[in-house]
Design a protein around this ligand. Structure first.
Ligand code: A3P
Length: 279
């Protein structure tokens, strides 16, 4: 090839689709979308569009790694590609499948206080049911209280939004497959209140230069959440992120907090960190 072509190839390294070097594995409703969008403020991060669901859905997994790679965005060498699929956290096969792809991958696990997470999950399921219902007018939805308690007054542990908040039931599998240092636990409640310190921890964890700062955020009073700003514009997450939660009977909240107390302790022991959730 003419020397100029060689030179230009050297000066302009080509972008390519690369397998992710970091994955947000969950937990659903803990701020997985916010986390991915916030990390994308960093110039060395590229994010996959949507949720890829490669490792948790057999029909995707069976398509192989090349299919997965093609779902990834273009990136330059040195950039970090990230995807998020919150159901990875709760799907038993996933840790081993991710390890088989890349045993040194970095994993981000974002969690929230379990009762808040359960109510957020309930709120989303109710919103989806309302739009999907063929019956019009839709029958009144069951309340969170009705779904969370059995007729005898004990906690309905089989109710999915409550079960997913028992984090230790899932995290132990990840810790059996990955060394603790490869998993960063992100506090989703703190990410809502004050995102920058959380993001700075993640930059360190990912080995990135500190680039995300207060200049990247502004608080939107109407939304009640921080919105994101880059060089050119500002934007909030969609209205499905930051939904108004229904009022839940404080007696039920107290009962659930007590229930999660013991589960949270088990979670803290497994991860070697105390998140200080109220009991
Ligand atoms: P709520 O809608 O219940 O408030 P996920 O993306 O995993 O589904 O998580 C959704 C949650 O992200 C929202 O739950 C919201 O609390 C949280 N979140 C965190 N930071 C946010 C932000 N800056 N804007 C909107 N929602 C944010």
């Amino acid at each position: 090839p003419p020397p100029l072509l060689l030179l230009s190839r050297h000066l302009y390294p080509t972008a390519a689709r690369r397998l992710p070097q970091a994955i947000i594995i969950g937990v659903r409703k803990c701020g997985t979308r916010a986390l991915l969008e916030m990390l994308y403020l960093h110039p060395m991060i590229q994010k996959a569009a949507g949720e890829v669901h490669f490792f948790d859905r057999d029909e995707n997994y069976n398509r192989g790694l090349e299919w997965y790679r093609m779902k990834m965005p273009h990136s330059y060498a040195g950039q970090i590609t990230i995807e998020k699929s919150p159901s990875y956290f709760v799907t038993p096969e996933v840790p081993e499948r991710i390890r088989a792809m890349n045993a040194s991958i970095k994993l981000l696990l974002i969690v929230r206080e379990p009762v808040t997470r359960a109510i957020s999950d309930y709120t989303q399921l109710r919103a989806h049911a309302a739009t999907a219902s063929p019956v019009s007018p839709t029958p009144p939805p069951k309340t969170f209280e009705q779904l969370s308690l059995l007729p005898n007054g004990s906690i309905n542990e089989a109710y999915r939004p409550l079960a997913i908040s028992v984090y230790h039931n899932y995290v132990h599998r990840w810790l059996e497959v990955f060394p603790r240092e490869q998993i960063l636990i992100v506090n989703g409640d703190l990410l809502i209140e004050d995102p920058v310190p959380q993001l700075q921890k993640i930059e360190k964890f990912l080995g990135l230069e500190p680039r995300i700062g207060n200049h990247n955020f502004y608080f939107n009073e109407t939304k009640g959440f921080y919105c994101l700003r880059n060089e050119t514009s500002g934007r909030c997450l969609r209205e499905t992120k930051g939904r108004r939660h229904p009022r839940v009977d404080p007696i039920i909240i107290a009962k659930l907090r007590k229930y999660y107390g013991e589960h949270n302790q088990k979670f803290y022991e497994l991860i070697g960190e105390d998140l200080g959730w109220p009991e």
